[in-house]
Structure formats: C-alpha cells, structure tokens
Ligand binder design. Structure first.
Ligand code: COA
Length: 170
C-alpha cells in the first residue's frame, strides 16, 4: 500500500494491454508484452522465440497502481527479460488526474527492484523526452533524446517520437 488512496500490485496482460492500446500507444498495431530490442538501435530476434515459449520473464511482468476510492488501475509499467543479464522496463503510463504525485517513480522503482531481486545486471529503457526527469529521479543514466520512427499505424502512417536510451546498473 502506497497510501490510503493508492496501492501497487502486479497486474495481468489484459489489464495493461487495455491501457497501453487506448492511452499510451493508440493506433499502434500488434502491441506485444515485449519487443526484440536490446538497446536503442540493436535487436535480438531470439527474444521472439523465448517469449513465445514463455521462458522465465521474456513474456513480461506487469505492475499497476490502483486508485482505491474507485477501485481502478490508474498507472502502469512493465518489464521483460532480454537475455540472462539484461532486463527492459517499458510502457510507463500514469493517468493525467493522478500525475505529479510520484506514482510513475514508484512504478519504475518496482520494476528496478524486481530485476535486481532476480539477479539481472542491468535494466534499460527508452523513455520519451517528457519522462526523462522521472527516469533520472530513480537513478537511470539517460542519453540525449533523438527523433526516430517508432511505429507505423494500420493506415500506413509513420509515427515519430523523441526518445532517449536510459540504463541503470543493478
Ligand atoms: C510521464 C509520466 C509517466 C509522469 O508521471 P508522474 O507520476 O507525474 O511522474 P513522477 O512520479 O516523476 O512525478 C512528476 C512530478 O511530480 C513531482 N512529485 C513527485 N512526487 C510528488 C509528491 N508526492 N507530491 C507532489 N509532487 C510530486 C516530481 O518531483 C515531478 O516534478 P517535476 O516534473 O517538477 O520534476 C506521465 O505524465 C504520463 O504517463 N504521461 C503520458 C505517457 C508518457 O509519456 N509515458 C512515458 C513513456 S516513457
């Protein structure tokens, strides 16, 4: 329990998927609980197979913050294994009415704590420029934001975003 109003809990894929697809990545096709990225520019396609086999934590672990007065999840983050040493933090979102209370930092910290407990060596993420202060506040070293084509919508339109590589040694 974070306070009388908020509680942190692990949530399931269906719950986080709904929030990701409706609010964080609207119109993004084919949202999965993981990606094959191992940093901002490199991929390991073996991640697809290991996630499909549901091997260890490749297929994602999901956290939510419940707003107790309405019994509703109002913030989420996830993590997934990239390989034996590397864990990725992904998909941070806090509903606007509940921002500026430190809840995003609590979600990031839960993901860091999990990766540390499971003996991963490093956690990385790819935050949007606006979220960089939140990542720095929990100890991530964050590089310079750069523009990139994040995904193509079903209508064939490329969505570009400003993100920065961020990592933290565990
Ligand atoms: C970016 C986002 C996750 C930030 O959520 P948040 O919960 O407000 O983030 P934080 O926990 O870091 O808190 C943010 C601010 O509140 C302040 N704060 C933290 N705890 C506080 C508290 N208890 N009381 C008052 N203010 C507090 C922080 O100091 C910070 O202030 P600053 O911006 O002036 O430095 C949220 O706005 C969001 O989901 N945006 C849309 C999607 C998105 O961009 N996701 C990130 C993808 S990487």
């Amino acid at each position: 329990m974070i306070s009388n109003e908020y509680a942190l809990e692990q949530i399931d894929w269906t719950t986080i998927y709904r929030i990701w697809s409706e609010r964080l990545w609207p119109n993004r096709p084919n949202i999965k609980p993981y990606t094959p990225m191992i940093n901002a520019t490199e991929y390991d396609m073996n991640i697809h197979k290991r996630a499909k086999d549901n091997w260890m934590y490749h297929n994602g672990v999901f956290w939510g913050i419940r707003y107790l007065p309405q019994n509703k999840i109002i913030g989420v983050n996830s993590g997934h294994q990239c390989n034996n040493k590397l864990f990725r933090s992904r998909g941070l979102f806090v509903y606007k009415d509940h921002t500026r209370k430190g809840l995003a930092q609590i979600l990031l910290q839960a993901t860091i704590d999990f990766a540390r407990e499971k003996d991963f060596e490093k956690i990385w993420s790819y935050p949007r420029d606006k979220a960089i202060p939140t990542y720095k506040a929990v100890g991530y070293e964050v590089g310079k934001p750069h523009e990139h084509e994040a995904y193509k919508t079903a209508d064939g339109v490329w969505i570009s975003r400003w993100n920065a590589y961020a990592e933290l040694m565990l």
